[in-house]
Design a protein around this ligand. Structure first.
Ligand SMILES: Cc1cc2nc3c(=O)[nH]c(=O)nc-3n(C[C@H](O)[C@H](O)[C@H](O)COP(=O)(O)OP(=O)(O)OC[C@H]3O[C@@H](n4cnc5c(N)ncnc54)[C@H](O)[C@@H]3O)c2cc1C
Length: 431
């Protein structure tokens, strides 16, 4: 590396990017060995697997969100707000779109940043497969803004429900982790609202449905886990429709391939993800059918060794048509390998190869339970786990993320502060 003080640029401070930039900042930014910069279009970080909690108001981004500027100050990196829109590999620069406020007033003009090492960690977006009416009539859980948009609408619907006799009909399209976890949280929130004066709101007045095109819910987990999750959801009162493809979404509800109209007051599209479209034309970098940037096992893009890609926006083939799945544990593991390889570049050591380890999956059913399978041991056997033990393990995953982004000591302080803070605030966001 020629530069005296290299510029390391991480774009996207999500599950993978924030863990990586925090480690780089603590090791190289604080010691003045490199300029470490994070660019994110949002000013706040919420761990994406918790977006469904934000969508029902169990989380509040003003209280639970991590401000990048504050996190940067404490972890030795620099933060810039902006949305990546262009790349010039020859000049080693990236371009950010202008930043405007809600009224459209431009606060920051288009800007360019120079890099020596670039890490793209911009995640994925919901894929609606161009289904007619989806964009106009569905809510999506892609980021803080879209989750909060749903939360506001949901609260309005609960206000109406408190005065109404007819049920509130909410349909989730897609029975992956997002659809299933959201359905369970909706029932939890409906039951909790009566403590806050919504005397006539309860889970029994909800008519929730999860619609899945495939033969089982949670397609990525073992059948036993999926069956158990389905029976738990049904016990809560969630209707499950498998082998049901949505052909159109209208103001009235969803139209299925069987010709049925399922009337709905709110529809959430949670079926499938893809990386942002612009990655397919990003200065000659290669991508796959899901718009993910193709990378080698060092996590460098196939076309450029100065550019890494990690997490949902990165495509690493494990076998024929088998890719590292777009999950938080993949982003976490990739952040670890990217850190080691950036360290190797800066210190002139050998690069290491990324090896994906599937540790299993856990799905939370709000406060009621969690279900999943853990992979472990020499035999790589999968262990079925459920109930409060599984719920405790599910919560540990977020704590591990907090430890990774804050460091162990400060991580514990945040966890304790969160526990204490919960004693003095409402259980649900009520505005
Ligand atoms: C409701 C829900 C539940 C989930 N549950 C689970 C689960 O139980 N287990 C699991 O393993 N996975 C789960 N996932 C998937 C998991 O959240 C993702 O796989 C993971 O967050 C991917 O991490 P990432 O770092 O690649 O991207 P993200 O965490 O999505 O972070 C991307 C970051 O990039 C920023 N960004 C995006 N575009 C730009 C741009 N153009 N310029 C600048 N910044 C940009 C975003 O603001 C964001 O901060 C869930 C997802 C959802 C939505």
């Amino acid at each position: 590396m020629n530069t005296a003080k290299p510029n390391i640029l991480v774009i996207g401070g999500g599950a993978g990017g924030l863990e990586l930039v925090a480690r780089l900042g603590r090791k190289y930014g604080k010691t003045g060995k490199a300029n470490v910069t994070l660019i994110d279009k949002s000013p706040i970080h919420i761990w994406k697997p918790r977006l469904h909690e934000l969508a029902v108001g169990v989380l509040n981004s003003d209280i639970d969100g991590i401000l990048y500027r504050e996190h940067a100050r404490k972890n030795g990196y620099h933060y810039e707000r902006g949305e990546l829109s262009g790349l010039n590999r020859q000049e080693k620069t990236i371009t950010l779109d202008p930043v405007a406020n809600d009224d459209g007033e431009v606060l920051l003009d288009q800007r360019q940043f120079q890099y020596d090492i670039l890490v793209l960690a911009i995640g994925s977006l919901t894929h609606d497969f161009n289904t007619p009416g989806a964009k106009a009539h569905c809510f999506f859980l892609d980021n803080i803004q879209s989750a909060e948009k749903f939360q506001k609408k949901l609260l309005e619907q609960f206000i109406k429900l408190n005065e109404a006799d007819s049920p509130l009909r909410i349909t989730m399209i897609g029975a992956g982790a997002t659809g299933v976890e959201l359905a369970a949280e909706l029932h939890h929130v409906a039951d909790t609202l009566s403590e806050y004066g919504f005397k006539h709101v309860c889970a029994e007045k909800l008519k929730t449905r999860v619609v899945e095109a495939g033969p089982q819910i949670l397609p990525a987990v073992p059948e036993k886990v999926a069956k158990k999750a389905a029976s738990e959801l049904e016990r809560l009162g969630v209707e499950i429709l498998t082998n049901t493809r949505v052909t159109e979404v209208t103001e009235q509800g969803i139209q299925t391939s069987a010709g049925e109209l399922l009337e709905s007051d709110l529809v959430v599209w949670a079926a499938g993800v893809k990386a942002p479209d612009f990655l397919t034309t990003l200065d000659g970098l290669q991508s796959n059918g899901r718009n993910q940037l193709l990378i080698t096992d060092t996590l460098m893009t196939t076309e450029d060794e100065n550019i890494f890609a990690i997490g949902d926006c990165a495509g690493l083939e494990l076998g024929e048509n088998q890719w590292v799945p777009p999950r938080a544990q993949s982003a976490h593991q990739m952040a670890d390998t990217a850190f080691k390889n950036i360290q190797a570049i800066l210190e002139g050591k050998a690069l290491v190869a990324f090896e994906y380890k599937d540790h299993g999956s856990l799905v939370s059913l709000a406060k009621y339970s969690a279900i999943g399978s853990l992979m472990g041991g020499l035999s790589k056997k999968s262990w079925f786990i459920e109930g409060q033990m599984a719920l405790a393990m599910y919560r540990l995953l977020y704590r591990a993320h907090l430890m990774a982004i804050h460091g162990a000591k400060r991580g514990w302080v945040y966890i304790l502060a969160d526990r204490i803070g919960k004693l003095s605030r409402p259980k649900i966001k009520l505005h």
